[in-house]
Design a binder for this molecule. Structure first.
Ligand code: PMP
Length: 423
C-alpha cells in the first residue's frame, strides 16, 4: 500500500488516523508519514526512505533510536516477564538513579505518561497545601487532563481549539492562567490569589509553543513567589528532564522546585511518567498518606529497563549535554545567518537540544508572540525539509529535539536543506 492508502485505511478505524492529534499534519497539510523502523538519528518509512529525525518521538530519544544498551536491557527483561503487578528491583534502581541525578528529589512515584505525572503532581500539591487553585501559563502543555486544558499549547494550539469539548467549566474553574515570562502579570495574579493557590506549574523551558526559554530571573521569581505565599512550585520536566542537563532545568537554572514531573526520556521510548520531590511532600502519597494515586502497569519492568538503561547511558556519557548544545546552537546560528542573508523574518529560539523556528520578526517569549508566526511559510518550510529527508515537528508550536546520535553529516545535510529553502 502507498502511504496515502495506509492513511486512508487508518482514518476509517482511528479518529483522524492517529493516536495523538499532534501527529496529524493538520497545521501543515498533507499526509502523515507511516514509519517502520528507526536507528540512531534516523527514521525509515514504509517504503524504506530515510529521514533525519528531529522529533525523537517528541522528546524521549535523546540518545538516539535503538541504542545498543537499551535494546540489550529490554531484551533481557522480555525473557523474564512483562508485568508482575508487584515490586521489582528495577523500580528501586531507577528511582535511586533519578534521585541521584536530580537535585532536590528524594522520592519518586512512577506512572505511565506525562499527563498522569502532572495531574498526580497537582493532586499532591492540593493534598499537601489544602488549597485548590493552581496557576499555569499560556501556551504551556501539561498533558490532556481536564484541569490543564486552558490556553494550552501543543496540539490544542495547533488545532486552534479555544474551548475544549468535554471539559465542564466547573472542573477548570480553579485553573488560573497568565502569560509566560511576564513578571508583572505573575506578580499581580499571585498577589491576588496567592493564599488560595496550591501550586504554580511551569515548563521551565517551554517546548509546547515552539521552544521558549525563560527570561533571566523568571524561574527564580516564581520560586520566591511560591516560597513567600506557601505555594508549591511544580517544574514540569517531562520535556526538559535528562535533556537539558543531568538534573534537568532545576540544575541548569539552579532553581529548586517542590515537585518535579518527568516523562519521555525516563521511559527510553516506552510509556512512562513520574513525579517526585522532597520526602515530606512525597510522604503524602498513598499508601503513606491520603493522596490517592495508583496504576496497574505503573513501574512496568520492561518500560523501567528501557528507562534505566537510557539514564545509565546519559549518566556515563561525559560531555553529552555539551555536544547536544554544540550541535543545536550551530544549527540555530546557521538558520539565523541563512535567513537573515535572505532578508526573511525568522526568529530561532534554542536552549540545549531544543530548538524552534518562527517565521516572524519580533522575539518569541510567550504564546502571543508565538502566534504571530506566519503559518503559511512554516507549512512550505516543513514540506521542503520533509522532501529533503528531514523530519521536523509538523507545527510551529512544537520544539525540535536533537539527539546524541545526530552527526556532523546530519548537521551539514540539515543546513544545506535550509539553505535551499531560503535561496
Ligand atoms: N508535560 C509536557 C511538558 C509535555 O511536553 C507533555 C507531552 N508533550 C506532557 C506533559 C504530557 O505527556 P504525555 O503525552 O506523555 O501524556
Amino acid at each position: 500500500m502507498t502511504n496515502d492508502e495506509l492513511f486512508n485505511e487508518a482514518q476509517q478505524f482511528i479518529p483522524g488516523g492517529v493516536n495523538s492529534p499532534v501527529r496529524a499534519f493538520r497545521q501543515v497539510g498533507g499526509t502523515p508519514v507511516f514509519f517502520e523502523r528507526a536507528q540512531g538519528a534516523y527514521l525509515y518509512d514504509t517504503s524504506g526512505t530515510r529521514y533525519i529525525d528531529y522529533i525523537g518521538s517528541w522528546g524521549p530519544m535523546v540518545i538516539g533510536h535503538r541504542h545498543e544498551s537499551v535494546v540489550t536491557a529490554v531484551e533481557a527483561q522480555l525473557r523474564k516477564g512483562f508485568s508482575f503487578g508487584a515490586p521489582t528491583v528495577i523500580e528501586t534502581a531507577i528511582a535511586k538513579k533519578m534521585a541521584g541525578m536530580c537535585p532536590n528529589v528524594d522520592m519518586i512515584r512512577m506512572v505511565n505518561s506525562g499527563t498522569e505525572a502532572c495531574m498526580s503532581a497537582v493532586r499532591l500539591a492540593r493534598g499537601f497545601t489544602g488549597r485548590s487553585k493552581i496557576l499555569k501559563f499560556e501556551g504551556h502543555y501539561h498533558g490532556h487532563a481536564d484541569l490543564f486544558l486552558k490556553k494550552a499549547g501543543s496540539g490544542v494550539a495547533t488545532l486552534g481549539i479555544k474551548v475544549p469539548g468535554g471539559v465542564p467549566e466547573a472542573v477548570i474553574a480553579d485553573t488560573l492562567v497568565t502569560p509566560f515570562n511576564d513578571v508583572k502579570a505573575v506578580e499581580q495574579i499571585v498577589a491576588r490569589h496567592g493564599n488560595e493557590m496550591a501550586a504554580i506549574i511551569v515548563e521551565p523551558v517551554a517546548g509546547n509553543m515552539g521552544c521558549v526559554p525563560p527570561v533571566a530571573g523568571y524561574l527564580q521569581l516564581l520560586r520566591e513567589l511560591c516560597s513567600h505565599h506557601g505555594i508549591l512550585l511544580i517544574f514540569d520536566e517531562v520535556m526538559t528532564g535528562f535533556r537539558l542537563a543531568k538534573g534537568g532545568a532545576q540544575e541548569l537554572f539552579s532553581v529548586n522546585a517542590d515537585i518535579v514531573t518527568y516523562g519521555k526520556v525516563i521511559g527510553g521510548g516506552m510509556p512512562v511518567g513520574a513525579f517526585g520531590g522532597r520526602r515530606e511532600i512525597m510522604q503524602k502519597v498513598a499508601p503513606l498518606g491520603d493522596v490517592y494515586q495508583a496504576g496497574t502497569l505503573s513501574g512496568n519492568p520492561v518500560a523501567m529497563s528501557a528507562g534505566l538503561a537510557t539514564l545509565n547511558v546519559i549518566d556515563a556519557a561525559a560531555g553529552i549535554f555539551k555536544a547536544l548544545e554544540n550541535y543545536t546552537s550551530t544549527l540555530a546560528d546557521e538558520i539565523r545567518k541563512i535567513s537573515s542573508a535572505a532578508h526573511a523574518p525568522v526568529v530561532v529560539n534554542q536552549m540545549g537540544s531544543m530548538l524552534s523556528v518562527h517565521f516572524c520578526d519580533t522575539s518569541v517569549q510567550n504564546f502571543e508572540d508565538a502566534k504571530r508566526g506566519d503559518n503559511e511559510t512554516f507549512r512550505k518550510f516543513f514540506h521542503h525539509m520533509l522532501k529533503n529527508g528531514i523530519y521536523l515537528p509538523p507545527s510551529p508550536y512544537e520544539s525540535w529535539f536533537v539527539s546524541a546520535a545526530h552527526s556532523e553529516q546530519d548537521l551539514a545535510a540539515t543546513i544545506s536543506a535550509v539553505k535551499d529553502f531560503f535561496e
